[in-house]
Design a protein around this ligand. Sequence first.
Ligand code: ADP
Length: 229
Amino acid sequence: IQQRLRHNDRLNLLGEITAGIAHELNTPLGNILGFSELMLREEKDPKKVADLKKIINSSLHARSIVKKLMFFSCEMPTQFKHYYINQLISENLGLLQIQLNEKEIEVVLDLSEDDLPIRVDAIQFSQILFNLVLNAISAMDNKGKLTIKTHEEEGEVVLNITDNGKGISKESMSKLFQPFFTTKPVGEGTGLGLAVVYGIIQSHGGKISVDSELNKGTTFTIKLKKDVQ
Ligand code: ADP
């Protein structure tokens, strides 16, 4: 419990710091983008055009990181409402179809026969699903298999997301939910995905755990309280 508390304190503090940094970076980044776009419009020299495009692409990339940081840190107003988990999953999976198709990933839905009620913020629930599924996709080669399972266990709604990807090493396992922990190449990962997921699960009073075996795959398990009808 103590470790969890410390983790939460750290997340809160980090949230405040990142919010400050993200806001400070947003304006100069906007200026870099705006001015380089202006210059690009007037530039004829192909070498300079190519360079300006590189500046613009890098600024766009930096801006997308700042956006993630803002999402991670800002206290978005949460709207806890009554939903059904299988329905939320089906709606969100539609939005992930492009990424799933790119790698020809087979999706197996093993959803509870009766849909299970939960009390969540729909946007934050999407965020959980997106982060876990996108991580699963990047851990798998072409023709991977992603299983999404829901069932009820002792008054809780359990969601398992399983991939047959490369798995997580023991060393990584202990740092998984730490903000900025990533094994992805610079520019690809921010290491905020699972920290965001952890924060959201906490604010929903839920639990998250991971099971993984190297070169076999990984299962993330989320437990949420079953909502009253
Ligand atoms: P990011 O995806 O930006 O690296 P995350 O916090 O989402 O940040 O994930 C942190 C790290 O956890 C990843 O870099 C990866 O090493 C590991 N990871 C997360 N999910 C999986 C998974 N399903 N399979 C293998 N490794 C994973």
